[in-house]
Design a protein around this ligand. Structure first.
Ligand code: PMV
Length: 316
């Protein structure tokens, strides 16, 4: 017996940084993301193993097994059968490209199917969110808003992919694994960054502005709030002790290239997560121009383009 689920990574335009409850992994702030259709993680579960085992892109990864095994327990129950888990992604993992989001979103969908549990999408989103806060958003398509409710998160699509089909050009500037994982880094920021409280307090305004911009398909307004929110999150990280600087020289050069493109009339803005990659969100008609410009930046190893896409689902 085996099942495979596919999920796409998502990129936050208004970002989540900080937890209000570490034990239940509940975020301190709401967030808004876009789900990327052309990048994916396929998670195959087979209930034939003597003990849980995990391979990622063909390599055995016992180091990553405990996190995925606990996620499977949450969905299928502690008394589930041992599983052979294999994950394949068509993009670099653990480099600030939200591979944990697509992996855990696919894992909860596959685990529900193999264990015969019929769970609502929002329940699956909450279970994926226990493993990785941003994974809750990858259950949904298009523009996705995650809101903090009392004991859980509420997630919904606020605009589907077809209604505003933006493109995303991802510039990979390094494929080395990140130095500090996002969970640990958020805790360091909460404890030590002098800007952390201000970040939390101002998030409601950014969410409101982004939601309004998306519903009005106002690209300029979305660009303005998304770049502001991204730079504010990185300011929180930079002012933490120890400081967390995920950028490299090529990251800055890509940001500069995006600013120049915008000055030259292209519809494009940047966003950056806990890693050195730059994601340039753009109008589809400007995607080739943006890709060419970012390909020409020194230090860019690879450029990938994606449209928006659907939520996590079973394959086959
Ligand atoms: O889901 P996590 O724990 O990997 O945290 C994701 C944090 C950011 O990617 C930096 C922001 C976000 O909202 O996705």
């Amino acid at each position: 017996m085996h099942v495979t689920a596919r999920a796409h990574p998502n990129i936050a335009l208004v970002k989540y940084w900080g937890k209000r409850d570490s034990a239940r992994n509940l975020p301190a702030v709401g967030s808004i993301s876009i789900t990327l259709g052309d990048l994916w993680t396929d998670m195959r579960l087979e209930a034939d193993a003597e003990a849980d085992e995990l391979s990622v892109n063909g390599d055995s990864r016992p180091d990553l097994l405990p996190r995925i095994a606990s996620c499977l327990d949450l969905v299928a129950g502690d008394d589930r059968q041992p599983m052979s888990v294999s994950s394949h992604s068509n993009f670099p993992v653990a480099a600030g490209l939200a591979s944990s989001a697509s992996a855990f979103a696919a894992a909860v969908v596959a685990a529900a199917a193999i264990s015969g549990r019929k769970l609502e999408r929002e329940e699956l989103a909450n279970l994926a969110g226990r493993a990785s806060g941003s994974a809750a958003r990858s259950l949904y398509e298009g523009f996705v808003e995650l809101e903090n409710a009392a004991e859980r998160v509420q997630v919904r699509t606020i605009c589907d992919s077809a209604s505003w089909p933006l493109s995303v050009v991802v510039a990979i500037t390094s494929t080395l694994p990140k130095s500090v994982g996002s969970g640990e880094a958020m805790e360091i920021s909460r404890r030590t960054s002098p800007f952390y409280e201000r970040w939390i307090d101002a998030q409601g305004d950014d969410l409101q502005r982004a939601r309004t911009a998306i519903l009005a398909r106002d690209f300029e307004a979305l660009a303005d709030v998304a770049e502001h929110n991204c730079l504010k999150m990185h300011s929180v990280m930079w002012a933490s002790r120890p400081p967390m600087v995920y950028w490299n020289a090529a990251t800055l050069d890509c940001m500069q290239a995006v600013r120049q493109l915008r000055a030259d009339g292209a519809g494009v803005f940047f966003t950056i997560d806990a890693g050195p990659q730059v994601k340039a969100v753009c109008l589809p008609e400007d995607a080739d121009r943006v890709r060419d410009a970012l390909t020409g930046v020194d230090g860019v190893e690879r450029v990938m383009t994606s449209g928006l896409g659907e939520g996590a689902h079973l394959l086959g």
